[in-house]
Design a protein around this ligand. Structure first.
Ligand code: ATP
Ligand code: MG
Length: 499
């Protein structure tokens, strides 16, 4: 067999161009050629970047001033962090030596940082020793980085799992991978982890938000100029929560759809309006056929599942079912005090859930950019779910099969809360009461649509809500819609023999 066996200290810096045949093995373990790179993935910036001039200018100014020198850019999956980081690199690449490492897995991080060390002038023999485990690799890397010239910008992209970077003394300035850069140099970290705690106070944290609607519309028009006018593009952008990943997938879908021959009977959306209508019906299928080759981060159905997996790996076992549960509330903000762990713990999927785990799980979901938080003034503190994350979560296969289960859990939570509300006379707070009624109305109507047989819960919910409506002087349209829902349920229940 044609095989190369390379052992000892020669392995770590072999690159693809120096390997022509056979299996390279280090210390007995088989390895292929190295593909580590410290080059920025410029090809991903091929199209126009919309609506990010402000944040890019701010970050460029911070890089140029080098004060502070650790920048953390965070947001949930698909908000465009990688795109913004690349735009910053493009803007400064004439004056700075730009290095880029994919930190999404520990192997891509290790390979990338090895290339950074070499590019920064570390001695190849020292790098080999360190990456073979015979010396401290972070020490070799930072010795080279602290004397490298010209000033550098090092991007650690997709650093969602901070544990891959953490050393024995914590995340930064210990014996791990991250140190404070020398003056004039910058570390730019993109991550889905929005918690402030892991970072030193001197780090500049920036949260990336969804695009302004006109920029979302411009992005759609740029991807598929013939699919409709500005108004239709704006409406679709709004429907997709102005989320760049969803917009990008929609634009690509429409561009591809226009190349499909229009044979009779084919029902493929070709315009912004048709896409919006189809999205409201089916959500996730509309995007996932387009770009499987681009990997899971580029698919809506898995973009957030990756974050949920990471949270589960970190011991937050309820993160997935709680997000799924939240997606069964109405799209309005969900008051914290509706989320009673005791009520949920009766369900097998939430077995063992306590108030403490509910609170920490919500905090971690927020940290991962999967939930937002609103409240203040007359509004109670609430969690808010991005509309696209909500739609896509509800369309996950396991959710579809457990549909009535989550719906019932929401109904039970609302019932319990309604009882509290009646007793506490919280209904004086109109903002609170109408928020609650909104959720209750949706839950009722969904129960009717999906499980008319579960009349015990819906009837209890109805009773509780009727009390609120009577006690709380909610003379608005809400009350009438509720009563209509109630009549529909009673008719259904009567029709099914009261089962
Ligand atoms: N401002 C923008 N203008 C045009 N396209 C954009 C913009 N922001 C993001 N995109 C496109 O949306 C998609 C998702 O963006 P990107 O990969 O930058 O998101 P991300 O926040 O890094 O996601 P992840 O958390 O999965 O790493 C990409 O295809 C990107 O090209
Ligand atoms: Mg990214």
């Amino acid at each position: 067999m044609d095989s190369n066996n390379v052992t000892g200290d020669s392995g770590g810096v072999l690159q693809a161009h120096s390997v022509h045949a056979g299996t390279i093995s280090f210390g007995g373990a088989a390895r292929g050629p190295g593909f580590g790179s410290a080059e920025a993935p410029w090809a991903r910036l091929a199209g126009q970047v919309h609506g990010r001039d402000g944040i890019v200018a701010d970050l460029v100014a911070e890089v140029r001033s080098a004060q502070p020198s650790v920048i953390v850019l965070h947001a949930g999956g698909g908000y465009g962090k990688t795109t913004v980081a690349l735009s910053v690199c493009r803007a400064v690449r004439d004056a700075f030596s730009v290095r880029w490492v994919d930190a999404s897995t520990s192997s891509s991080l290790l390979e990338g940082l090895r290339e950074v060390a070499l590019a920064a002038g570390a001695e190849p023999r020292r790098v080999r020793e360190a990456w073979d485990g015979r010396a401290s690799a972070p020490a070799v890397l930072w010795a080279a980085l602290s004397t490298a010239s010209p000033s550098w910008l090092l991007v650690l992209d997709n650093t969602d799992d901070l544990s891959v970077l953490t050393g024995p003394d914590g995340l930064i300035d210990g014996r791990g991978w991250l140190r404070t850069p020398p003056p004039g140099c910058t570390l730019l970290i993109t991550t889905r982890d929005g918690r402030p705690e892991p970072w030193p106070e001197s780090a500049a944290r920036h949260r990336l938000h969804q695009l302004p609607e006109p920029d979302g519309a411009a992005m759609l028009k740029g991807l598929c100029p013939t699919a409709g006018d500005d108004l239709a593009a704006g409406s679709l952008s709004r429907c997709l929560g102005n989320l760049p990943l969803a917009l990008w997938l929609a634009g690509r879908y429409l561009r591809n759809a226009r190349t499909i021959p229009l044979v009779p009977g084919l029902d493929v959306p070709r315009t912004f309006g048709e896409y919006e209508a189809a999205w409201r019906d089916r959500s996730v299928e509309l995007t996932d056929q387009v770009d499987r080759s681009a990997g899971p981060r580029a698919q809506l159905s898995s973009a957030w599942e990756i974050s949920l997996e990471l949270l589960a790996d970190q011991g937050h076992e309820y993160a997935r079912p709680i997000l799924r549960l939240l997606s069964f509330f109405s799209p309005a903000p969900i008051p914290h005090d509706v989320l009673d762990a005791q009520v949920l713990a009766a369900e097998p999927v939430f077995h063992g859930l306590t108030a403490r785990t509910m609170a920490t799980t919500l905090a971690r979901l927020r940290g991962a950019g999967l939930l937002g938080s609103v409240g203040g003034g007359k509004l109670p503190t609430c969690v808010a779910l991005h509309p696209v994350i909500r739609d896509v979560t509800r369309a996950q296969p396991d959710v579809a099969s457990h549909h009535s289960g989550y719906g019932l859990s929401v109904a039970r939570l609302l019932t319990r809360h309604a009882e509290h509300l009646v007793h506490a006379e919280l209904t004086d707070n109109e903002a609170y009461a109408s928020l609650f009624l909104l959720h209750a109305r949706q839950s009722l109507l969904e129960q009717v649509d999906h499980s008319p047989a579960s009349c015990a819960v819906t009837a209890a919910l109805l009773d509780a809500i009727a009390c609120i409506v009577e006690n709380g002087e909610q003379g608005s349209g809400n009350a009438e819609v509720l009563r209509k829902g109630a009549r529909r349920i009673r008719t259904l229940v009567a029709g099914s023999g009261g089962k």
